[in-house]
Write a protein that binds this ligand. Structure first.
Ligand code: URA
Length: 235
């Protein structure tokens, strides 16, 4: 089995994040540092350690959603000691990691699992499920701006693909926009509005595909239902 796949199966991180850990020289196979990305391991006989700690395949897999508040960084550990989303999860044996990322100042639906294969699938660029956000922006968003958001907009070296966009309400010189995008570029929604010269005041993700935050209170998390897990796996 490939080393990154094995690490993901052990709940270390998604396969791509595991590649970075390998390149950082943090992984030993039978006590020897391995920095080669395509390296293979024998999962029954080799001893793999990350940061000096032996890992092994875990199961059963767990799947959670969190309603992330603003002011938390999406990472498993932050060297600068900032608050991380991991602090909002229940104490449990399974080593969960976030699937995808929400910015420090973005709130809403964030998935967690120890299932590296599902994480790999959901974060892969070719995987085009819609992610729906509610953005409150300064200024008046009208049909011409919505059309630009829908048709695709240059956010600096990248043109976004088709999106769904509508104005939910306007208040105090601000517009509340519902936007469904199909990629996950860094700060994508904020950059889409920046391309329209509009500033995002607040941003919340309310859905990933058909999976929605519903009435889950802020800072709380819940386990996904069997149907939700099945949906994500089959999507
Ligand atoms: N788009 C953003 O700008 N930020 C996020 O956190 C997610 C999508």
């Amino acid at each position: 089995m490939r080393l990154n796949k094995y690490m993901a199966s052990c709940g270390v991180a998604s396969r791509r994040a595991c590649d970075e850990i390998i390149l950082e020289g943090r992984v030993r196979v039978n006590a020897v540092v391995v920095k080669k990305l395509g390296a293979q391991v024998d999962e029954n006989n080799d001893i793999v350690a990350v940061d000096g700690k032996a890992i092994r395949i875990k199961g059963p897999f767990k799947y959670f959603m969190l309603n992330k508040p603003k002011g938390y960084i999406t990472t498993v550990s932050d060297p600068q000691g900032r608050k991380t989303v991991m602090e909002l999860l229940p104490e449990m044996e399974a080593r969960l990691f976030p699937i995808g990322r929400l910015d420090y100042n973005t709130s809403g639906l964030l998935l967690f699992s120890n299932d590296g294969d599902l994480a790999q699938k959901l974060t892969h660029p070719s995987f085009e499920f819609g992610k729906t956000y509610i953005a409150v922006v300064e200024g008046d968003v009208n049909e011409p701006e919505l059309e630009k958001l829908r048709k695709g907009i240059d956010i600096g070296g990248f043109v976004t693909s088709n999106a769904q966009a509508s104005v939910l309400k306007k208040f105090d010189g601000q517009s509340e926009v519902k936007l469904t995008i199909h990629e996950g570029k860094n700060r994508q929604v904020r950059r889409m509005f920046e391309a329209l010269n509009m500033k995002v005041k607040s941003l919340k993700r309310i859905a990933i595909g058909k999976l929605s935050l519903g009435s889950l209170p802020e800072s709380e998390c819940r386990e996904l239902t069997e149907e939700e897990v099945k949906y994500l796996k089959e999507m």
